[in-house]
Design a protein around this ligand. Structure first.
Ligand code: ATP
Ligand code: MG
Length: 301
């Protein structure tokens, strides 16, 4: 998995066998589980103290689908998300206590199956849209996993799927913010990840573009199912997209709610406005307000 600091972009992931990489997306039963048990995370503070951010998180994700992660700002969502991909900040033991297992094995570094998408889409201004999407394949780990002959087809197909089939030769500066976020999504999905970790990916978009991206993501995941964890501050977004909605309390955070939503996507306005779902929304808002979120929650209906 890539760190933001890589020269490139916001996605990548370490090496695996070439066969595994190409074949795994087709095998519906072959999704790695993510198991967090007894997770405690503490960070050192500048005044020499310790800040406990996560306080006993137990969680298993063992099937493809979208798990939405909500919680007050600063409660530890990004910390938890990075942990699910095996990413560790330098100089900090992660997790402080507890275990992270991916695909049944203890995870002690960036995991080969996990790809991240951030709110800051980090497209390279000096490269064309095609080159931006193909960028992970410049890294040796992806060079090994995907034959060169396949890269061009994959990039062409994913750019068509995100509605940018006619933008291959443009530069990021020639695209809108929403189109740039599509490029970032394409750069993640072109890798056909089995685990997709999304940190407020649509948080900077206007309401209409966000809605378009939510629809697009739902559609793309039908074609490329994977284990998705999606951090948001938007309760409505969680209800539009989530197969499962997890709510974290304020820091030191625990999971304070875990809601399953089995309605297929795309979800109709009638379903979203039904009394059962309005009740779910109220319940999530209540949990968040119990955590004293001070206006961090957003609703977009
Ligand atoms: N590497 C680090 N070293 C020290 N403190 C850190 C580090 N990473 C995160 N923190 C602290 O941990 C807390 C949780 O951070 P995190 O980014 O996980 O929260 P978040 O829920 O994603 O917040 P937001 O909703 O604002 O994105 C914050 O107080 C943050 O300052
Ligand atoms: Mg965050």
């Amino acid at each position: 998995m890539t760190a933001e600091a890589e020269p490139s972009a916001d996605t990548a992931s370490p090496a695996a066998s070439a066969e595994g990489a190409v074949a795994h997306a087709d095998a519906a039963s072959d999704f790695p589980s993510i198991e967090l048990s007894g997770i405690v995370q503490e960070y050192p503070t500048p005044d020499g103290k310790t800040l406990r951010v996560l306080d006993g998180v137990d969680l298993t994700l063992d099937r493809p689908g979208i798990t939405m992660l909500l919680g007050p700002s600063g409660c530890g969502k990004s910390t938890l998300l990075r942990m699910m991909g095996g990413v560790r900040p330098t100089g900090v033991q992660t997790p402080t206590k507890g275990t992270v297992r991916i695909g049944g094995k203890p995870c002690d570094g960036p995991h080969e199956d996990a790809v991240m998408v951030f709110q800051r889409y980090a497209n390279r201004p000096d490269l064309s849209i095609h080159e931006n999407v193909a960028l992970p394949f410049r890294f040796s780990m992806w060079k090994k996993r995907v034959p060169r002959s396949e890269v061009k087809t994959r990039v062409r197909d994913i750019l068509a799927a995100v509605g940018l089939g006619d933008k291959h030769d443009l530069r990021p500066a020639q695209l809108s913010g929403g189109q740039n976020q599509r490029v970032a999504l394409a750069r993640a999905l072109v890798l056909r990840p089995r685990i997709l970790l999304m940190d407020e990916p649509f948080g900077a978009l206007d309401a209409q573009t966000r809605e378009e991206m939510q629809l697009l993501l739902g559609k793309l995941l039908v074609e490329n199912p994977c284990v998705v964890v999606f951090v948001t501050h938007d309760v409505s977004e969680a209800l539009v997209l989530g197969d499962r909605v997890l709510v974290l309390s304020a820091s030191p955070a625990k999971i304070v709610d875990d809601i399953a939503l089995d309605e297929p996507r795309p979800r109709s306005t009638a379903w979203l406005m039904s009394s059962a779902i309005v009740d779910v929304k109220d319940r999530v808002l209540e949990r968040l307000h119990e955590s004293r979120t001070h206006g961090q929650v957003r609703l977009s209906f």
